[in-house]
Write a protein that binds this ligand. Structure first.
Ligand code: ZN
Length: 349
C-alpha cells in the first residue's frame, strides 16, 4: 500500500483541507478527508511528472486536486499506474481521436500490406516452392486447362522442329538453366491462338498460334516471353497473391467456409491466372533480352502480337479484351524501347 499525506482542493474555491490518499494493490484509491472517504481507481488519477521539489498536484476525475509535498510517494504512485495496462485502455477508450487515429492506422497498414506486402511475400514464397511441387501444380493446372483445350493436330515433324526452337530459346535465355522446359501442343478451343506457361516449365502452345506465325522467329519470340514468365515465377506469384487475399478476406469476414478447398483450388487459380501488367512487362523485357542474345530481330515479336491482335478468331477477341493496351505495347516494341523501364504494358498470357 502506498500512502500520501496532503491537502485536498475542491477545484471550485481556494480552500483546502488536510487529506490522505491511500492506494491498495488492487488499484483501489481511498481519499480520506475530515472523517469522510471517497473511493476511486488508480487509472482515474492524473499524476503530473516530478518538477524539482515542488508539490505534486494530482487531479481527480471530479476536478478536485490532491496536493502533496511527498514527491517520492507520488513517484511510487506514478510507477504503480504505469505498470497497469488498464490505465492505457482506459485512456484510449475515453479518447475518441486516438481510437479514430488507430483505426485509420490499421486500415492504412492493411492497405499497404495488400499493395506491397502481399506481392513481396508471394515473391519470396514462390521462389521457395520446390521443383516437385511446381511440377505437381503444373500437372494440375494442365488438367484444368485440358477441359477447354483440344488435342493438337500438328505433325510429329513439326513438333520436333518447334521443340528444337524452344531449345534455342532456353540456351539464350538468362537464368533458364534451373528449369526443365517442355513444349505441350494443344488445339486452342476457346483459347484460340495462345501460349501459356505453367510453373512446371511446361509451355502450352496452340495449333492456332503456330498457324498464325509467318516465321518460326515469331514463335521463338512468344516462347521467350513465356520462358520469362516461368523464370520470374509469375504463375506461382499470382496464385499465391490471390490465395493470400482469400485468406485475408476470410480472416476479416470470419467466413471459414470460404477457405475450404482453397489448396485444392490452386491449380485452377494457376490455370486462370491473368498476369498483372507488371508481370507482362517483365516477361516482355525478358523476351527482348533473350532475342537479343539469340541474335533474332525483336521486330518478330511485335509482328506476331500485331497479327494476334488483328485475328478475327473469337478466342483472341476474348483474350485481348482483357489486355487492352496491345497497341501501346507493339508501338514500344517497334520503337525498340522495351526494357525494364520502358517496356510495353500488355502481352500474351
Ligand atoms: Zn505474358
Amino acid at each position: 500500500m502506498i500512502e500520501l499525506d496532503g491537502q485536498l482542493f475542491d477545484g471550485q474555491t481556494t480552500r483546502s483541507r488536510a487529506a490522505s490518499l491511500r492506494v491498495w494493490t488492487d488499484e483501489t484509491v481511498r481519499i480520506a478527508v475530515a472523517g469522510s472517504e471517497q473511493t476511486l481507481q488508480l487509472p482515474d488519477l492524473e499524476i503530473p511528472a516530478r518538477l524539482a521539489n515542488t508539490p505534486r498536484r494530482i487531479r481527480l476525475p471530479d476536478g478536485a486536486i490532491f496536493e502533496t509535498p511527498d514527491n517520492d510517494g507520488a513517484d511510487a504512485l506514478l510507477a504503480a499506474q504505469g505498470r497497469t495496462r488498464r490505465h492505457w485502455l482506459h485512456r484510449l477508450e475515453s479518447r475518441w481521436d486516438l481510437v479514430l487515429a488507430s483505426a485509420v492506422f490499421v486500415l492504412g497498414f492493411g492497405a499497404a500490406f495488400v499493395v506491397w506486402g502481399v506481392p513481396a511475400l508471394a515473391r519470396v514464397a514462390a521462389f521457395a516452392v520446390p521443383a516437385e511441387t511446381s511440377a505437381w501444380l503444373g500437372e494440375g493446372a494442365l488438367e484444368v486447362l485440358d477441359r477447354t483445350l483440344e488435342p493438337s493436330a500438328l505433325s510429329d515433324a513439326r513438333r520436333e522442329a518447334l521443340r528444337a526452337r524452344l531449345d534455342e530459346v532456353t540456351a539464350a535465355a538468362p537464368d533458364a538453366g534451373d528449369y526443365a522446359f517442355r513444349l505441350v501442343f494443344r488445339g486452342g478451343g476457346d483459347f484460340g491462338a495462345n501460349a501459356l506457361a505453367l510453373p512446371s516449365g511446361q509451355i502450352v502452345l496452340t495449333d492456332e498460334l503456330v498457324a498464325l506465325a509467318d516465321a518460326d522467329e515469331e514463335l521463338i519470340a512468344v516462347l521467350a516471353h513465356e520462358v520469362g514468365h516461368v523464370v520470374h515465377r509469375h504463375a506461382l506469384r499470382q496464385a499465391i497473391q490471390s490465395s493470400t487475399l482469400v485468406i485475408a478476406i476470410v480472416l476479416v469476414t470470419g467466413d471459414l467456409s470460404a477457405t475450404s478447398g482453397s489448396v485444392a483450388l490452386l491449380p485452377t487459380l494457376l490455370a486462370e491466372a491473368r498476369f498483372s501488367q507488371e508481370f507482362e512487362r517483365e516477361a516482355d523485357a525478358y523476351a527482348v533480352r533473350t532475342l537479343d542474345r539469340a541474335g533474332i530481330d525483336e521486330a518478330h515479336f511485335a509482328r506476331i502480337l500485331r497479327r494476334m491482335d488483328e485475328d478475327p478468331d473469337e478466342g483472341f477477341a476474348s483474350f485481348f479484351s482483357t489486355h487492352p493496351n496491345t497497341d501501346e505495347r507493339i508501338r514500344l516494341l517497334e520503337r525498340g524501347e522495351s526494357g525494364e523501364d520502358a517496356a510495353p504494358r500488355q502481352s500474351l498470357k
